[in-house]
Ligand binder design. Structure first.
Ligand code: MGD
Ligand code: MGD
Ligand code: SF4
Ligand code: MO
Length: 734
């Protein structure tokens, strides 16, 4: 798609869906961010994107490297030069490596906001010898990608343009939450596509859905088994595809027979007739999709639930099919992140030290190595690091190693564009782990609670201050131009620069041959004989037309070359090769409510933007949703403050009584801290209202195969408290 040279296009990274937006500048500063001028893309903007100038020009942006001068976490700093910071970081990292080995370095990042390739992290770590890279995507699309590979070797994307039926397992895109997906669903509905929503609440998507199944939180795997029961019993599956392309049908069928609808109704709380109706609607549609959802990424039966989505796609003939879901493979004209990462350079013995490798291997190197051969055969390169999620360490194992040295110590921790303290389960353990480090570096744009715990805080640039070509996280194969429109302030720079400058100090310079970010983009575009400058002048976006049924030529990228209904990889690892339902930790008199985290807030992305006035005024305080019956029982009314307690801790928040909530359930929001309490409360109130305080990561809360925590329906109790003294009027009134 060509464009006029005057308009600048940047990919918004305030959230991770990456809308391409237009930018305007005034006197060298970003002044306005606007909707796209291409009518197909013009609706893809939300008020966070519009607020980009408020974020990028904010007075509190970190502009100079900071070095800790007080106790760790005391939030006292001196400004130092970038060169001094990099020299000291490099020396201290060398000391950690010489005392504890290279695996004592852990890096945490979610990659999309720092944008300039997470694979430079991996490249540096692989050269150094550390496998311990973790990411928020372990609880998001990254782990889904890894689990999808078990069944058919890639992570598909919905064919939004042609689908006739959309199934949303919780996933609730809205005008200001993943706007492009919201728009895609809206357009499909306008064409007549049906929407089925599975959600304990009457969510925004549920309100307009054709069918709404109000599942009990955490029971999605059981629901899918019920759907398969109907689909098999009523012979609604694609027999030809199953016969030719799937292994393990009989074993799967026997497993599914263990889930008659009476049992599924009992587990999920949904009427069996409605379960059957939904299964039929999905299976009978000529092209149906189950778009990715974080809901099944974050529950105790996560691996089974994600596998069941994969299996449903396959047996109904919706895999790699028009109106169903497409398997894209690597973009052929852009060197993928997977290649930049140099995963083949990390020795096997270091890969085997990756935390999680032994006990929860599904998204670690252990499975990546098992899938290497078929991946190379089908997709042309052995390491498919889709959505950054396919060769990660397990976060819980990493924080245990940081806190307790078990099974070996992690002593250096680098967080890049990730507020790690609040972004995984069991915040107390993360905190203990961080307090036990010899070196912490945070690459950040604002002073977050995580950055407050660092030895060095490096000022990050933002998406309007660097060039990039976004590759849909190696998931789809669209290429999207993102242009630098202003200079970064003072000494702010990219994570690419950070790794390049660290590599020089470690004698890895030959593997970091690029002087500038644009050099690296030139390298990545060299496969299609273009430079970044040429790409930039020719196009703003390349969208290859999806191809279907490619497996007929190549087979699937699994060990058997087929869709593995019975997973040979899980069998080899000693796990149940067939999907199953596992009940989460039981509610009790002491903890009578099923708590779930999530329901993203329109105004913020995850733990961010609480300091941006135009956004914060839309959502001034954290809210727990409660059904009116439960509120009555607890003697609570709207606006009361409560303490919510679980086995790992307690947080405070306001009550929002909602008819739309499911009885017996409580919603707790993600990511709350109070930038305005910096100086008044330790770590700016990071422990006051953060969901990570409540989420346990003891074994009985973890999915077996991936070690993913149960965020959907864990036990908790409520106690009414007085309005807190330390909060501002904005929080108390809002
Ligand atoms: N407890 C708990 N943990 C969760 C979740 C949950 O619901 N509960 N959700 C999970 C999910 S779904 C996801 S996607 C992940 C999200 O995890 P992340 O995407 O890592 O999100 P945050 O942890 O909020 O960290 C983003 C940080 O990046 C900074 N930042 C923004 N832009 C830039 C930039 O351009 N450069 C630099 N250097 N920094 C930047 C922001 O200031 C912010 O502090 O978290 C997961 N973790
Ligand atoms: N404004 C804004 N938009 C965002 C984000 C943001 O932080 N802010 N984050 C982005 C990211 S990284 C992600 S991962 C997505 C997440 O966004 P979504 O995929 O929409 O997920 P949530 O908003 O957490 O929850 C969606 C629904 O799941 C329901 N639910 C809770 N427990 C269960 C369960 O056990 N089963 C089922 N079936 N449903 C359940 C909830 O009631 C809720 O209505 O949002 C993206 N969009
Ligand atoms: S939905 Fe909003 S925050 Fe997310 S990328 Fe698009 S404009 Fe940015
Ligand atoms: Mo996410």
């Amino acid at each position: 798609m060509a464009h006029s040279n005057k308009t600048k296009y940047s990919v918004c990274t305030i959230c991770d869906i990456g809308c391409q937006l237009r930018t305007e500048t005034e006197e060298g500063k970003l002044s306005r961010v606007l909707a796209h001028d291409n009518p197909m893309l013009a609706a893809n903007i939300c008020y966070k994107g519009v607020a980009a100038p408020d974020i990028h020009n904010h007075a509190d942006r970190i502009r100079k490297p900071l070095k800790r001068i007080g106790e760790r976490g005391a939030d006292r700093w001196e400004e130092i030069s970038y060169e001094q910071a990099m020299d000291e970081i490099s020396e201290r990292l060398k000391t950690v490596v010489s005392e504890h080995g290279p695996e004592a370095l852990a890096v945490s990042t979610s990659g999309w906001n720092t944008q300039t390739t997470h694979s430079t992290d991996r490249r540096f770590m692989n050269l150094l010898g550390s496998p311990n890279w973790i990411s928020g995507v372990a609880l998001c699309a990254g782990n889904t990608a890894a689990v999808n590979r078990l069944t058919y070797g890639w992570f598909p994307q919905p064919d939004w343009a042609k689908t006739e039926c959309i199934v949303l397992f919780g996933h609730n895109p809205r005008k200001h939450s993943w706007t492009p997906i919201f728009n895609a669903i809206k357009a499909a509905r306008a064409r007549g596509a049906k929407v089925i929503v599975l959600d304990p609440r009457i969510s925004d998507q549920a309100e307009t859905a054709d069918l709404h199944l109000r599942v009990r939180a955490g029971t999605d795997a059981a629901m899918c088994l019920g759907w398969l029961k109907v689909i098999f019993d009523e012979e609604l599956y694609d027999k030809e595809f199953v016969a030719q392309w799937c292994t393990g049908f009989d074993e799967l069928k026997a497993r599914v027979d263990e889930y008659p609808l009476e049992r599924v109704e009992e587990i999920t709380g949904v009427d069996r007739a409605l379960i059957a109706e939904a299964a039929r609607m999905y299976a009978n549609a000529k092209g149906a999709v189950i778009p990715w959802t974080p809901i099944t990424d974050q529950q105790i039966s996560s691996t089974s639930a994600i596998r069941l989505h994969s299996i449903l796609r396959a047996v109904t003939g919706n895999l790699d099919a028009q109106g169903g879901e497409t398997l894209g493979g690597f973009n052929q004209s852009y060197i993928p992140e997977s290649e930049i990462g140099l995963h083949d350079l990390l020795p096997d013995e270091q890969k085997a030290k990756q935390l999680g490798f032994d006990d929860h291997p599904v998204f670690t190197y252990r499975v990546a190595e098992m899938l290497k051969e078929p991946t190379e055969k089908v997709w042309g390169f052995p390491y498919a690091d889709i959505v950054m999620g396919c060769q990660m360490a397990n976060p819980t194992n990493v924080f245990r190693a940081m806190a307790h040295g078990d099974p070996y110590p992690i002593k250096a921790f680098i967080a890049l564009g990730n507020n790690a303290l609040l972004s995984y389960p069991n915040q107390h353990q993360i905190h203990a782990g961080m307090m036990n480090q010899d070196l912490i570096v945070a690459h950040e744009i604002f002073m977050t609670p995580t950055a407050m715990l660092a030895d060095y805080v490096l000022p990050g640039d933002v998406f309007t201050e660097r060039n990039h070509v976004a590759d849909s996280w190696s998931w789809g194969n669209r290429l999207t131009l993102s242009q630098k429109v202003v200079e970064p302030p003072a000494e702010a720079s990219s994570t690419f620069q950070f790794w390049t400058d660290l590599a020089k100090r470690f004698d890895f310079a030959e593997h970091f041959p690029w002087e500038t970010l644009e050099d690296m983009l030139d390298h990545r575009l060299s496969r299609s004989n273009r430079t970044f400058a040429e790409f930039e002048s020719e196009t703003f976006m390349e969208v290859p037309t999806p191809e279907f049924h490619k497996y007929r030529e190549t087979g699937f990228a699994t060990p058997t070359g087929k869709v593995e209904l019975f997973s040979s990889v899980l069998a080899d690892l000693g796990f149940d090769p067939l999907p199953y339902y596992r009940e989460g930790p039981a509610l009790s008199e002491e903890y009578p409510y099923a708590v779930f985290t999530g329901v993203r807030e329109d105004a913020f992305f995850q733990t961010g933007q609480r300091n941006i006035a135009v956004l914060r005024e839309r959502s001034p305080s954290p809210k727990l949703f409660l059904h009116p019956t439960d509120a009555n029982k607890e003697g609570l009314v709207d606006g009361d403050w409560v303490k919510l307690t679980t086995v790992t801790g307690e947080v405070q928040a306001k009550i929002l009584v909602q008819e739309s909530m499911k009885q017996g359930h409580i919603r707790v929001p993600h990511g709350w801290w109070y930038p305005e309490l910096r100086g008044a409360e330790p770590l700016a109130g990071a422990f006051l209202s953060s969901d990570a305080v409540l989420c346990a990561d003891a074994d009985e809360f973890l999915d077996y195969e991936q070690g993913i925590p149960h965020f959907k329906g864990f036990p908790g109790r409520l106690t009414k408290i007085a309005a807190p003294q330390n909060m501002s009027a904005m929080v108390l009134d809002g």
